[in-house]
Write a protein that binds this ligand. Structure first.
Ligand code: ADP
Ligand code: MG
Length: 256
């Protein structure tokens, strides 16, 4: 590395423009070819630095969100799932609901795309630089229970309470004991009117008491807060996982 490059590296670090030394040579060359003014060149360089910083910020949010897979609204086949209103999903993808601290509830049987859409909405929020955390009901409750046992509940609770968007996948997949139900209630009420939740469940609201070992009081208390400012999307239809198997005649349930 030349002395000039070293000095530039030190300045870029001081100004927190880590991409500048990497971007500069090619942009300087392009500016010379296009005979840009110094002012235009400065703008071009700074804009490129800003864009790179944005991309890095989004990458960091996505990494911290710990999505279980990479899914997007673009890769969702709306034609396969006609019970979903494409316009409504694209509208939610605009993330106004995150800015308003509202919730989205995705209901439906296995394989219809609940987790896919939850992750896709999380990706859209991340792109807009909202912090996101993905978890499942079972994992969140296990994590909070463990933290309580070692006396660090409030820090762990903050991890679920603080992100702008919390995705709670698979509510109702496994039944929750009263302690687990109380922990879920705690998270939902801490976030109520402060931060968005995207929640998925294979159980309709009428079946929610079953999730909480028949405790209709806690089910109602959770639903009350969850649904006050929310959009519910009930997906009816065939499992995408079984699509190809059905085509091959392995699964014989008639298509509805
Ligand atoms: P659920 O959470 O409702 O059980 P998933 O979202 O996990 O279902 O979907 C199962 C698999 O099928 C995933 O790999 C998902 O990406 C894919 N999938 C589901 N529905 C669609 C769809 N309409 N278009 C594209 N992929 C889909
Ligand atoms: Mg799922």
């Amino acid at each position: 590395m030349s002395l000039a490059e070293e000095r530039l590296g030190a300045l870029a670090e001081r100004l927190r423009l880590p991409d500048l030394p990497v971007l500069l040579p090619a942009l300087a060359e392009a500016a010379a070819v296009r005979e840009l003014s110094y002012a235009d060149f400065a703008e071009l360089l700074l804009a490129a630095c800003a864009e790179a910083a944005d991309a890095r910020a989004v990458e960091t949010i996505v990494r911290l969100a710990s999505f279980p897979a990479s899914k997007t609204l673009e890769s969702f086949d709306f034609a396969f799932q006609p019970s979903i209103n494409r316009r409504q999903l694209l509208e939610l993808g605009g993330c106004a609901f995150v800015e308003r601290a509202e919730n989205v509830v995705l209901l439906g049987p296995p394989g219809v795309g609940k987790t896919h859409l939850a992750i896709a909405l999380g990706m859209e929020a991340a792109k807009r630089r909202h912090s996101v955390k993905f978890t499942t009901a079972a994992r969140m409750v296990a994590s909070l229970t463990e933290a309580r046992n070692v006396g660090s509940s409030s820090r762990r609770l903050a991890a679920f309470a603080n992100p702008r968007l919390l995705i709670i996948d698979e509510v109702g997949f496994l039944p929750l004991n009263p302690e687990g139900a109380a922990l879920l209630f705690e998270v939902v009420s801490r976030r109520y009117e402060h931060g968005s939740i995207v929640l998925t469940s294979n159980k309709s609201f009428g079946e929610w008491a079953e999730i909480f070992s028949g405790d209709a009081v806690i089910a109602t208390a959770i639903l009350d807060r969850l649904l006050h400012h929310s959009t519910t999307i009930a997906i009816k239809g065939q499992s995408y996982r079984l699509k190809d198997k059905r085509k091959a005649g392995v699964v014989t349930t008639p298509a509805r």
